[in-house]
Design a protein around this ligand. Structure first.
Ligand code: F3S
Length: 404
C-alpha cells in the first residue's frame, strides 16, 4: 500500500505503541483487500462492546491499546454494551458481568471514545454527511449510513474500527469506491408495507436471495413515493437491520428514496417480492405460535424518540405481563425523560433499557419465548439464546405484552 509520510510514522511506532498496532491492523486489512492507499475518515462506530461477546481476551486487547497511549483522532462512538450502564440491576444483570462490562467501557473512555452505546449513532450525534468516508462496524448502521445517508463505509470489525479511530484512517477499498456501490439485483416489491415488522420481513426475503445468489446490493422498486409510500426512518432502520443480518448486505438503493438510486439503472437480474413472500417470512420467524411469551422487546435497532412517544400513549394506564425491554440510546432516553414519556412507560412495568439490547445482553437461559417487531432480534434470539420467537407489528407487541 502507498502510505503518506505521517502514516509511515504511525506504522514505525513514532506515534506510540497503540498507534503502531492500529496501523498494522489497517495495513494488513488493506493488503488483503488490495487497497492502494488509506483514506481519512470523518467518524468511527465501534462494535464488539458487550463483554458477553468480547470476553477476557477482548478486554485485554482494549486495555493494551489504552495503556499504549491510543487516543481517538475523530469522533468515535460505541455499539450497545451488555447492559444499561446506569441501571443494570433493574435488568437482572449479574454484578460480576457488570464489573467486567464497566472495565470495557472505561478502556474506551481512556482512549477518548464517546461511550454512547448505540446502534443508531446517526440519532445520537454521530450523523455523517453525504459522501463522507467512515469506519463503522454495526451492520444495521453500516447499511443505513451507506444507503440512506449516502456516506461510505465498509462493515468493519471491532478491532479495525478502533484502529481507524486511533489513526483517523481506513483502507480505501470496497464501499468507499464508486464501482463497489453499483446494484446487482433489481427487486420489484409488490407487497403492502405498513409496519416495521413488514420491512424486517422484506429484508429477510431479499437478504436470503442475495446470500443464495452471491449478490450484494439490491435496487428496490415499488417502495418509493411513486407508489404512494414513503418509508419512515423507523421502517428504514428495521429494513437495514434485517437486510444486513440475512443477506450480509452493507448497501441498497431504493428508487425515489435513497440518495444514490438515481445514479444507476435497475440491473437486469430481477426478483419479485409479493405479499405471500412476506407472510412466509413472518411465519418462519414466529415458531412460538401461540405459546405464552415471557419476554417482549422493542428497539432493535434502538428506539427513536417518536417510537418512545408512541409507546407512552400505548402503555398509558396499562400493566405489562412478563419482562418487557424497550431498548434505546442514552441520549434518546434522556430526551424521553424530559418529555415525561419514561414515567408513563415505567409505570406500566416496562423497562427502558439504554445502552444495550436483547441480543448483546447476557440473557441466555432466562427466557423461552421472545415477542418483538424486529426480524434481526428474532434471528439472534434463536441463534444466540435459543429462544422461540414471534414477529408482530410494533403495536401488536405491546398488546400481547399487556394481555389484550
Ligand atoms: Fe442494535 Fe442490538 Fe438490534 S445492536 S440492531 S438492537 S441486535
Amino acid at each position: 500500500m502507498k502510505l503518506t509520510t505521517e502514516e509511515h510514522e504511525m506504522l514505525d511506532g513514532a506515534q506510540g505503541r497503540a498507534v503502531r498496532k492500529a496501523m498494522q491492523i489497517l495495513v494488513a486489512l488493506g493488503t488483503i483487500y488490495e487497497a492502494e492507499r488509506m483514506v481519512p475518515v470523518a467518524s468511527v462506530q465501534i462494535a464488539g462492546v458487550s463483554y458477553d461477546n468480547l470476553g477476557e481476551a477482548g478486554l485485554q486487547f482494549l486495555d493494551e491499546m489504552a495503556e499504549g497511549g491510543g487516543k481517538a483522532r475523530v469522533l468515535a462512538t460505541l455499539n450497545p454494551a451488555g447492559m444499561d450502564v446506569e441501571n443494570w440491576q433493574a435488568l437482572g444483570i449479574p454484578p460480576d458481568f457488570a464489573e467486567k462490562q464497566m472495565r470495557v467501557i472505561e478502556a474506551f473512555q481512556r482512549m477518548g471514545v464517546v461511550t454512547s452505546c448505540t446502534c443508531t449513532p446517526y440519532l445520537s450525534g454521530n450523523l455523517p454527511e453525504f459522501g463522507q468516508h467512515l469506519a463503522w462496524s454495526e451492520s444495521s448502521a453500516v447499511c443505513y449510513a451507506n444507503a440512506v445517508l449516502g456516506a461510505r463505509t465498509n462493515r468493519e470489525g471491532g478491532p479495525s474500527a478502533l484502529a481507524a479511530a486511533l489513526t483517523g484512517r481506513t483502507p480505501y477499498y470496497g464501499y468507499h469506491k464508486d464501482e463497489s456501490r453499483q446494484p446487482d439485483l433489481t427487486v420489484e416489491v409488490q407487497a403492502h408495507l405498513a409496519e416495521t415488522s413488514d420491512f424486517g420481513a422484506l429484508g429477510k426475503v431479499i437478504g436470503e436471495k442475495l446470500q443464495g445468489a452471491g449478490l450484494h446490493i439490491p435496487y428496490l422498486r415499488g417502495v418509493g413515493s411513486s407508489a404512494g409510500i414513503s418509508p419512515s426512518l423507523e421502517q428504514l432502520k428495521s429494513f437495514c437491520a434485517s437486510l444486513a443480518t440475512y443477506g450480509g448486505a452493507a448497501m441498497f438503493h431504493m428508487e425515489g428514496i435513497t440518495p444514490e438510486a438515481s445514479l444507476y439503472a435497475p440491473p437486469a437480474e430481477a426478483l419479485v417480492v409479493n405479499q405471500s413472500d412476506l407472510e412466509g417470512a413472518v411465519q418462519e420467524l414466529s415458531d412460538a405460535g401461540n405459546e405464552p411469551a415471557d419476554f417482549f422487546s422493542l428497539g432493535c435497532p434502538h428506539l427513536t424518540i417518536d417510537e418512545l412517544a408512541h409507546l407512552a400513549e400505548l402503555l398509558q394506564g396499562k400493566q405489562v405481563r412478563g419482562e418487557f425491554w424497550l431498548t434505546t440510546s442514552r441520549t434518546v432516553k434522556q430526551a424521553a425523560d424530559k418529555l415525561g414519556y419514561n414515567q408513563v412507560i415505567e409505570a406500566s412495568g416496562a423497562k427502558i433499557a439504554a445502552d444495550t439490547c436483547c441480543v448483546v445482553a447476557p440473557i441466555k437461559g432466562r427466557f423461552r419465548v421472545l415477542v418483538t417487531d424486529s426480524a434481526k432480534a428474532c434471528y439472534y434470539a434463536y441463534s444466540k439464546n435459543k429462544f422461540k420467537t414471534v414477529l408482530l407489528p410494533f403495536d401488536e407487541v405491546v398488546k400481547r405484552a399487556v394481555g389484550e
